[in-house]
Design a protein around this ligand. Structure first.
Ligand code: URA
Length: 433
Protein backbone atom coordinates (compact mmCIF):
# COMPACT_ATOMS: atom_id res chain seq x y z
CA UNK A 1 0.00 0.00 0.00
CA UNK A 2 1.24 3.52 -0.83
CA UNK A 3 2.09 6.05 1.92
CA UNK A 4 -0.57 8.26 0.33
CA UNK A 5 -3.30 5.67 1.04
CA UNK A 6 -2.27 5.27 4.66
CA UNK A 7 -2.37 9.03 5.21
CA UNK A 8 -5.75 9.13 3.47
CA UNK A 9 -7.23 6.41 5.70
CA UNK A 10 -6.25 8.28 8.85
CA UNK A 11 -7.30 11.66 7.41
CA UNK A 12 -10.80 10.20 6.93
CA UNK A 13 -10.92 8.84 10.48
CA UNK A 14 -10.24 5.21 9.55
CA UNK A 15 -8.27 2.66 11.54
CA UNK A 16 -4.84 1.49 10.42
CA UNK A 17 -3.72 -2.10 10.77
CA UNK A 18 -0.60 -3.17 12.62
CA UNK A 19 0.97 -4.06 9.29
CA UNK A 20 0.18 -0.66 7.76
CA UNK A 21 1.67 1.23 10.69
CA UNK A 22 4.81 -0.90 10.87
CA UNK A 23 5.31 -0.84 7.09
CA UNK A 24 4.87 2.94 6.90
CA UNK A 25 7.42 3.47 9.68
CA UNK A 26 9.87 0.94 8.21
CA UNK A 27 9.65 2.71 4.86
CA UNK A 28 10.25 6.07 6.59
CA UNK A 29 13.36 4.82 8.38
CA UNK A 30 14.66 3.37 5.12
CA UNK A 31 14.14 6.61 3.20
CA UNK A 32 11.23 5.43 1.05
CA UNK A 33 8.75 7.81 2.71
CA UNK A 34 9.48 11.54 3.00
CA UNK A 35 9.36 13.79 6.07
CA UNK A 36 6.40 15.73 4.60
CA UNK A 37 4.37 12.52 4.27
CA UNK A 38 5.12 11.52 7.86
CA UNK A 39 4.19 15.04 8.97
CA UNK A 40 0.86 14.67 7.20
CA UNK A 41 0.20 11.36 8.93
CA UNK A 42 1.19 12.83 12.32
CA UNK A 43 -1.25 15.70 11.82
CA UNK A 44 -4.00 13.26 10.81
CA UNK A 45 -3.29 11.23 13.97
CA UNK A 46 -3.39 14.43 16.02
CA UNK A 47 -6.80 15.35 14.64
CA UNK A 48 -8.37 11.89 14.33
CA UNK A 49 -6.72 10.04 17.22
CA UNK A 50 -5.80 6.36 17.31
CA UNK A 51 -7.44 3.27 18.75
CA UNK A 52 -5.58 1.52 21.57
CA UNK A 53 -4.54 -1.19 19.08
CA UNK A 54 -3.11 1.42 16.70
CA UNK A 55 -1.29 3.15 19.58
CA UNK A 56 0.14 -0.21 20.62
CA UNK A 57 1.33 -0.90 17.05
CA UNK A 58 3.03 2.50 16.83
CA UNK A 59 4.66 1.92 20.23
CA UNK A 60 6.05 -1.42 19.07
CA UNK A 61 7.27 0.12 15.79
CA UNK A 62 9.16 2.71 17.87
CA UNK A 63 10.51 0.09 20.31
CA UNK A 64 11.67 -2.23 17.53
CA UNK A 65 13.28 0.53 15.45
CA UNK A 66 16.50 0.11 17.44
CA UNK A 67 18.11 -2.09 20.07
CA UNK A 68 15.83 -3.69 22.63
CA UNK A 69 18.05 -4.14 25.65
CA UNK A 70 17.73 -7.14 27.91
CA UNK A 71 20.37 -6.13 30.45
CA UNK A 72 21.08 -9.76 31.14
CA UNK A 73 24.18 -8.64 33.01
CA UNK A 74 22.17 -6.73 35.64
CA UNK A 75 21.04 -8.72 38.64
CA UNK A 76 17.84 -7.85 40.46
CA UNK A 77 14.52 -6.15 39.84
CA UNK A 78 14.71 -3.01 37.70
CA UNK A 79 12.19 -0.21 37.95
CA UNK A 80 12.13 3.04 36.01
CA UNK A 81 10.25 6.25 36.59
CA UNK A 82 9.29 8.55 33.74
CA UNK A 83 7.69 11.96 33.83
CA UNK A 84 5.79 13.48 30.92
CA UNK A 85 7.76 16.67 31.51
CA UNK A 86 7.35 19.67 33.76
CA UNK A 87 8.91 22.79 35.24
CA UNK A 88 11.19 22.39 38.25
CA UNK A 89 10.78 18.62 37.97
CA UNK A 90 13.90 17.19 39.58
CA UNK A 91 12.17 14.10 40.96
CA UNK A 92 14.38 11.57 39.12
CA UNK A 93 17.41 12.89 41.01
CA UNK A 94 15.62 12.16 44.29
CA UNK A 95 13.55 9.02 43.71
CA UNK A 96 16.27 7.03 41.94
CA UNK A 97 18.68 7.12 44.91
CA UNK A 98 15.84 6.58 47.41
CA UNK A 99 14.73 3.32 45.81
CA UNK A 100 18.26 2.21 44.93
CA UNK A 101 19.12 2.51 48.63
CA UNK A 102 16.22 0.10 49.27
CA UNK A 103 17.40 -2.59 46.87
CA UNK A 104 15.59 -1.63 43.64
CA UNK A 105 17.88 -1.47 40.59
CA UNK A 106 17.63 1.74 38.58
CA UNK A 107 19.27 1.55 35.14
CA UNK A 108 17.97 4.80 33.76
CA UNK A 109 18.21 6.47 30.41
CA UNK A 110 17.06 10.09 30.59
CA UNK A 111 16.55 12.94 28.17
CA UNK A 112 17.63 16.55 27.80
CA UNK A 113 15.33 19.52 28.23
CA UNK A 114 13.57 21.07 25.28
CA UNK A 115 11.47 24.23 25.29
CA UNK A 116 10.09 25.22 28.67
CA UNK A 117 10.59 21.81 30.32
CA UNK A 118 13.89 20.61 31.78
CA UNK A 119 15.69 17.29 31.37
CA UNK A 120 17.51 15.12 33.90
CA UNK A 121 20.66 14.81 31.78
CA UNK A 122 21.18 18.58 31.60
CA UNK A 123 20.73 18.77 35.35
CA UNK A 124 23.30 16.03 36.02
CA UNK A 125 25.77 17.64 33.62
CA UNK A 126 25.71 20.75 35.77
CA UNK A 127 27.85 18.70 38.21
CA UNK A 128 31.39 19.18 36.83
CA UNK A 129 32.80 16.12 35.01
CA UNK A 130 29.61 14.05 35.50
CA UNK A 131 29.67 11.48 32.69
CA UNK A 132 26.36 10.68 30.97
CA UNK A 133 27.76 8.76 27.98
CA UNK A 134 28.77 5.42 29.40
CA UNK A 135 29.24 2.18 27.48
CA UNK A 136 26.95 -0.75 28.10
CA UNK A 137 29.43 -2.85 30.14
CA UNK A 138 30.33 -0.01 32.47
CA UNK A 139 26.64 0.96 32.80
CA UNK A 140 25.75 -2.58 33.86
CA UNK A 141 28.67 -2.82 36.23
CA UNK A 142 27.76 0.49 37.96
CA UNK A 143 24.15 -0.67 38.37
CA UNK A 144 25.35 -3.99 39.80
CA UNK A 145 27.80 -2.29 42.17
CA UNK A 146 25.71 0.57 43.55
CA UNK A 147 22.20 -0.12 42.21
CA UNK A 148 21.92 3.05 40.18
CA UNK A 149 23.21 4.70 37.02
CA UNK A 150 21.65 7.45 34.87
CA UNK A 151 22.84 7.95 31.30
CA UNK A 152 21.75 9.97 28.26
CA UNK A 153 19.77 8.57 25.37
CA UNK A 154 21.79 6.68 22.82
CA UNK A 155 21.18 6.70 19.08
CA UNK A 156 20.63 2.92 19.19
CA UNK A 157 17.49 3.10 21.35
CA UNK A 158 14.21 3.84 19.55
CA UNK A 159 15.72 5.93 16.69
CA UNK A 160 12.25 6.22 15.13
CA UNK A 161 11.11 8.27 18.13
CA UNK A 162 13.95 10.72 17.61
CA UNK A 163 12.93 11.21 13.96
CA UNK A 164 9.22 11.51 14.75
CA UNK A 165 9.79 13.84 17.70
CA UNK A 166 11.88 16.21 15.58
CA UNK A 167 8.99 16.44 13.09
CA UNK A 168 6.34 16.78 15.80
CA UNK A 169 8.30 19.57 17.39
CA UNK A 170 8.07 21.74 14.26
CA UNK A 171 4.60 20.74 13.04
CA UNK A 172 2.53 21.43 16.18
CA UNK A 173 1.86 17.73 16.68
CA UNK A 174 3.43 17.15 20.09
CA UNK A 175 0.27 17.35 22.21
CA UNK A 176 -1.46 14.23 20.92
CA UNK A 177 -2.29 11.46 23.40
CA UNK A 178 -1.44 8.48 21.12
CA UNK A 179 1.75 10.18 19.90
CA UNK A 180 2.95 11.00 23.42
CA UNK A 181 1.97 7.56 24.75
CA UNK A 182 3.76 5.68 21.95
CA UNK A 183 6.82 7.95 22.12
CA UNK A 184 7.29 7.46 25.86
CA UNK A 185 6.36 3.80 26.02
CA UNK A 186 8.32 2.86 22.87
CA UNK A 187 11.48 4.12 24.59
CA UNK A 188 10.58 2.60 27.95
CA UNK A 189 9.86 -0.82 26.50
CA UNK A 190 13.21 -0.78 24.66
CA UNK A 191 14.87 -0.58 28.09
CA UNK A 192 13.16 -3.78 29.19
CA UNK A 193 12.64 -2.81 32.83
CA UNK A 194 10.58 -5.04 35.12
CA UNK A 195 8.41 -2.17 36.34
CA UNK A 196 7.57 1.38 35.25
CA UNK A 197 6.13 4.25 37.30
CA UNK A 198 4.81 7.08 35.16
CA UNK A 199 4.40 10.61 36.46
CA UNK A 200 1.75 12.12 34.19
CA UNK A 201 1.76 15.88 34.62
CA UNK A 202 -1.47 17.84 34.43
CA UNK A 203 -1.96 21.60 34.21
CA UNK A 204 -0.62 24.81 32.71
CA UNK A 205 3.01 23.63 32.55
CA UNK A 206 2.18 20.19 31.12
CA UNK A 207 1.25 18.81 27.71
CA UNK A 208 -2.08 17.72 29.20
CA UNK A 209 -4.00 20.64 30.63
CA UNK A 210 -7.07 18.82 32.01
CA UNK A 211 -7.48 15.93 34.42
CA UNK A 212 -9.57 14.10 31.78
CA UNK A 213 -6.80 14.26 29.16
CA UNK A 214 -4.13 13.35 31.71
CA UNK A 215 -6.15 10.34 32.81
CA UNK A 216 -6.65 9.23 29.19
CA UNK A 217 -2.90 9.54 28.54
CA UNK A 218 -2.11 7.68 31.76
CA UNK A 219 -4.58 4.91 30.85
CA UNK A 220 -3.11 4.59 27.34
CA UNK A 221 0.43 4.20 28.71
CA UNK A 222 -0.51 1.83 31.53
CA UNK A 223 -2.39 -0.37 29.04
CA UNK A 224 0.63 -0.48 26.72
CA UNK A 225 2.87 -1.42 29.65
CA UNK A 226 0.45 -4.13 30.75
CA UNK A 227 0.19 -5.51 27.19
CA UNK A 228 3.98 -5.77 27.15
CA UNK A 229 3.91 -7.68 30.45
CA UNK A 230 5.44 -4.87 32.53
CA UNK A 231 4.15 -3.86 35.94
CA UNK A 232 3.08 -0.30 35.18
CA UNK A 233 1.38 2.39 37.26
CA UNK A 234 0.74 6.07 36.51
CA UNK A 235 0.41 8.85 39.05
CA UNK A 236 -1.31 12.01 37.80
CA UNK A 237 0.28 15.08 39.36
CA UNK A 238 -0.27 18.81 39.35
CA UNK A 239 1.85 20.95 37.04
CA UNK A 240 0.04 24.28 37.24
CA UNK A 241 2.89 25.81 39.21
CA UNK A 242 6.59 24.87 39.30
CA UNK A 243 7.59 21.89 41.43
CA UNK A 244 9.67 22.88 44.45
CA UNK A 245 11.41 26.25 44.63
CA UNK A 246 14.19 25.86 42.05
CA UNK A 247 14.01 25.99 38.24
CA UNK A 248 17.20 25.60 36.19
CA UNK A 249 19.80 22.87 36.04
CA UNK A 250 22.38 23.46 38.80
CA UNK A 251 19.74 25.12 40.97
CA UNK A 252 17.54 22.02 40.70
CA UNK A 253 20.42 19.68 41.54
CA UNK A 254 21.04 21.81 44.62
CA UNK A 255 17.38 21.52 45.67
CA UNK A 256 17.34 17.76 45.00
CA UNK A 257 20.38 17.36 47.28
CA UNK A 258 18.68 19.46 49.95
CA UNK A 259 15.64 17.16 49.83
CA UNK A 260 17.89 14.08 49.96
CA UNK A 261 19.56 15.63 53.01
CA UNK A 262 16.15 15.96 54.68
CA UNK A 263 14.87 19.44 53.81
CA UNK A 264 11.08 19.64 53.90
CA UNK A 265 10.16 21.07 50.51
CA UNK A 266 6.46 20.26 50.77
CA UNK A 267 5.20 19.53 47.24
CA UNK A 268 8.50 18.13 45.97
CA UNK A 269 9.17 15.85 48.93
CA UNK A 270 5.57 14.60 48.98
CA UNK A 271 5.66 13.77 45.27
CA UNK A 272 9.06 12.05 45.55
CA UNK A 273 7.91 9.89 48.46
CA UNK A 274 4.77 8.94 46.50
CA UNK A 275 6.68 8.05 43.32
CA UNK A 276 9.45 6.19 45.11
CA UNK A 277 6.92 4.28 47.24
CA UNK A 278 5.17 3.12 44.05
CA UNK A 279 8.51 2.09 42.55
CA UNK A 280 9.34 0.12 45.69
CA UNK A 281 5.86 -1.41 45.75
CA UNK A 282 6.36 -2.84 42.25
CA UNK A 283 9.38 -4.67 43.67
CA UNK A 284 8.24 -5.74 47.15
CA UNK A 285 4.41 -5.72 46.75
CA UNK A 286 4.18 -4.33 50.30
CA UNK A 287 1.43 -1.81 51.18
CA UNK A 288 2.02 1.62 49.69
CA UNK A 289 1.92 3.15 53.19
CA UNK A 290 4.68 0.76 54.34
CA UNK A 291 6.69 1.60 51.22
CA UNK A 292 6.27 5.31 51.99
CA UNK A 293 7.61 4.76 55.51
CA UNK A 294 10.64 2.98 54.09
CA UNK A 295 11.30 5.80 51.61
CA UNK A 296 11.07 8.42 54.37
CA UNK A 297 13.44 6.31 56.46
CA UNK A 298 15.87 6.13 53.51
CA UNK A 299 16.02 9.93 53.49
CA UNK A 300 16.11 10.41 57.26
CA UNK A 301 18.90 7.86 57.73
CA UNK A 302 21.05 9.56 55.07
CA UNK A 303 21.12 6.37 52.96
CA UNK A 304 19.36 7.98 49.99
CA UNK A 305 21.81 10.88 49.93
CA UNK A 306 24.72 8.45 50.26
CA UNK A 307 23.38 6.57 47.22
CA UNK A 308 23.24 9.79 45.20
CA UNK A 309 26.82 10.52 46.27
CA UNK A 310 27.92 7.03 45.18
CA UNK A 311 26.31 7.63 41.77
CA UNK A 312 28.12 10.96 41.34
CA UNK A 313 31.45 9.30 42.21
CA UNK A 314 30.79 6.28 39.94
CA UNK A 315 29.93 8.59 37.04
CA UNK A 316 33.00 10.75 37.53
CA UNK A 317 31.29 13.88 38.93
CA UNK A 318 32.86 16.41 41.29
CA UNK A 319 31.53 15.27 44.64
CA UNK A 320 32.64 18.45 46.44
CA UNK A 321 29.81 20.26 44.63
CA UNK A 322 27.20 18.05 46.19
CA UNK A 323 28.73 17.76 49.65
CA UNK A 324 28.41 21.54 49.79
CA UNK A 325 25.48 22.11 47.47
CA UNK A 326 25.67 25.89 47.82
CA UNK A 327 28.69 25.67 45.53
CA UNK A 328 26.16 25.03 42.77
CA UNK A 329 24.96 28.65 43.06
CA UNK A 330 27.47 29.77 40.48
CA UNK A 331 25.69 32.23 38.19
CA UNK A 332 27.61 35.42 37.55
CA UNK A 333 24.59 37.60 38.34
CA UNK A 334 21.55 37.36 40.56
CA UNK A 335 18.62 39.77 40.80
CA UNK A 336 15.83 39.75 43.37
CA UNK A 337 12.28 40.26 42.11
CA UNK A 338 10.14 42.26 44.53
CA UNK A 339 6.39 42.01 44.79
CA UNK A 340 4.51 45.11 43.62
CA UNK A 341 1.49 44.39 45.80
CA UNK A 342 0.44 42.74 49.05
CA UNK A 343 -1.83 39.72 49.28
CA UNK A 344 -1.54 36.01 48.57
CA UNK A 345 0.28 34.28 45.71
CA UNK A 346 -2.73 33.03 43.75
CA UNK A 347 -0.91 31.41 40.85
CA UNK A 348 2.55 31.00 39.35
CA UNK A 349 2.07 29.92 35.74
CA UNK A 350 4.38 26.92 35.36
CA UNK A 351 4.79 27.23 31.59
CA UNK A 352 5.59 30.94 31.85
CA UNK A 353 8.13 30.28 34.62
CA UNK A 354 9.71 27.59 32.44
CA UNK A 355 9.96 30.12 29.62
CA UNK A 356 11.62 32.66 31.94
CA UNK A 357 14.24 30.06 32.89
CA UNK A 358 14.69 29.37 29.16
CA UNK A 359 15.11 33.11 28.53
CA UNK A 360 17.77 33.28 31.27
CA UNK A 361 19.73 30.56 29.44
CA UNK A 362 18.69 27.44 31.37
CA UNK A 363 17.06 25.74 28.40
CA UNK A 364 17.34 25.36 24.66
CA UNK A 365 14.92 26.46 21.95
CA UNK A 366 16.35 24.07 19.39
CA UNK A 367 18.21 20.83 20.00
CA UNK A 368 21.56 22.36 19.01
CA UNK A 369 21.40 25.36 21.42
CA UNK A 370 23.94 25.46 24.23
CA UNK A 371 22.71 26.14 27.76
CA UNK A 372 23.87 27.88 30.88
CA UNK A 373 23.85 25.34 33.71
CA UNK A 374 23.93 28.15 36.29
CA UNK A 375 20.87 30.04 35.07
CA UNK A 376 17.37 29.84 36.49
CA UNK A 377 15.02 30.97 39.20
CA UNK A 378 14.71 30.32 42.92
CA UNK A 379 11.29 31.12 44.28
CA UNK A 380 10.95 32.69 47.71
CA UNK A 381 7.18 32.33 47.68
CA UNK A 382 4.90 29.55 46.52
CA UNK A 383 1.20 29.47 45.69
CA UNK A 384 -0.85 30.14 48.85
CA UNK A 385 1.91 32.13 50.63
CA UNK A 386 1.17 35.64 51.86
CA UNK A 387 3.35 38.42 50.50
CA UNK A 388 3.88 42.10 51.27
CA UNK A 389 4.58 44.78 48.71
CA UNK A 390 8.37 45.09 48.36
CA UNK A 391 9.04 41.57 49.59
CA UNK A 392 11.23 39.23 47.51
CA UNK A 393 9.16 36.69 45.59
CA UNK A 394 11.97 35.15 43.54
CA UNK A 395 15.64 35.49 42.64
CA UNK A 396 16.79 35.28 39.03
CA UNK A 397 20.18 33.77 38.15
CA UNK A 398 22.01 34.30 34.84
CA UNK A 399 25.49 34.64 33.41
CA UNK A 400 24.30 37.52 31.21
CA UNK A 401 23.00 40.61 33.04
CA UNK A 402 21.19 41.96 29.97
CA UNK A 403 18.61 39.16 30.27
CA UNK A 404 17.43 40.20 33.71
CA UNK A 405 15.06 43.11 33.03
CA UNK A 406 12.83 41.18 30.66
CA UNK A 407 12.92 38.15 32.94
CA UNK A 408 11.82 40.25 35.89
CA UNK A 409 8.86 41.69 33.94
CA UNK A 410 7.91 38.23 32.68
CA UNK A 411 7.99 36.85 36.22
CA UNK A 412 5.76 39.60 37.59
CA UNK A 413 3.32 38.98 34.70
CA UNK A 414 3.31 35.23 35.39
CA UNK A 415 2.55 35.70 39.10
CA UNK A 416 -1.00 36.51 40.18
CA UNK A 417 -1.44 38.03 43.62
CA UNK A 418 -4.92 38.21 45.13
CA UNK A 419 -6.57 39.49 48.29
CA UNK A 420 -7.73 36.03 49.27
CA UNK A 421 -5.75 32.79 49.33
CA UNK A 422 -6.34 30.34 46.47
CA UNK A 423 -8.10 27.02 47.09
CA UNK A 424 -5.59 24.40 48.22
CA UNK A 425 -4.68 21.80 45.62
CA UNK A 426 -2.87 18.55 46.27
CA UNK A 427 0.15 17.72 44.14
CA UNK A 428 -1.16 14.15 43.67
CA UNK A 429 -4.34 14.22 41.57
CA UNK A 430 -4.95 10.57 40.78
CA UNK A 431 -3.59 7.14 39.99
CA UNK A 432 -4.11 4.73 37.10
CA UNK A 433 -3.19 1.06 37.43
N1 URA B 1 8.15 12.94 26.29
C1 URA B 1 8.47 12.05 25.29
O1 URA B 1 9.42 11.28 25.41
N2 URA B 1 7.70 12.03 24.19
C2 URA B 1 6.63 12.84 24.03
O2 URA B 1 5.98 12.76 23.02
C3 URA B 1 6.32 13.76 25.05
C4 URA B 1 7.11 13.78 26.19
Amino acid sequence: MRAYDIIDIKKNGGTLTDEQIREFMRAYLEGEVEDYQVSALLMAICLRGMTSEETHSLTMAIRDSGDVLDFEGIEGFRVDKHSTGGVGDKTSLIVAPIVASLGVKVAKMSGRGLGHTGGTIDKLESIDSFEVSIDRDKFESIVNDIGLCIIGQTAEIAPLDKRLYALRDVTATVDSIPLIASSIMGKKLAMADDGIVLDVKCGKGAFMKSIEDSTTLARAMVDIGAMAGKKTVAIITDMNSPLGYAIGNALEVREAIEVLKGKQVDDLRRLCICLSAHMLHLYTAEDISRCEEKCIEAIDSGRAYEKFRQMVIAQGGDVSLIDDEDKLLRARYSVEVLSEQSGYIYSQDAEAYGKIALHLGAGRRTKSDSISYNAGIILSKKVGDSVRSGEVIATLYADDMSLMDDARDMLLDATIISDTPPPTRDIILGEVR
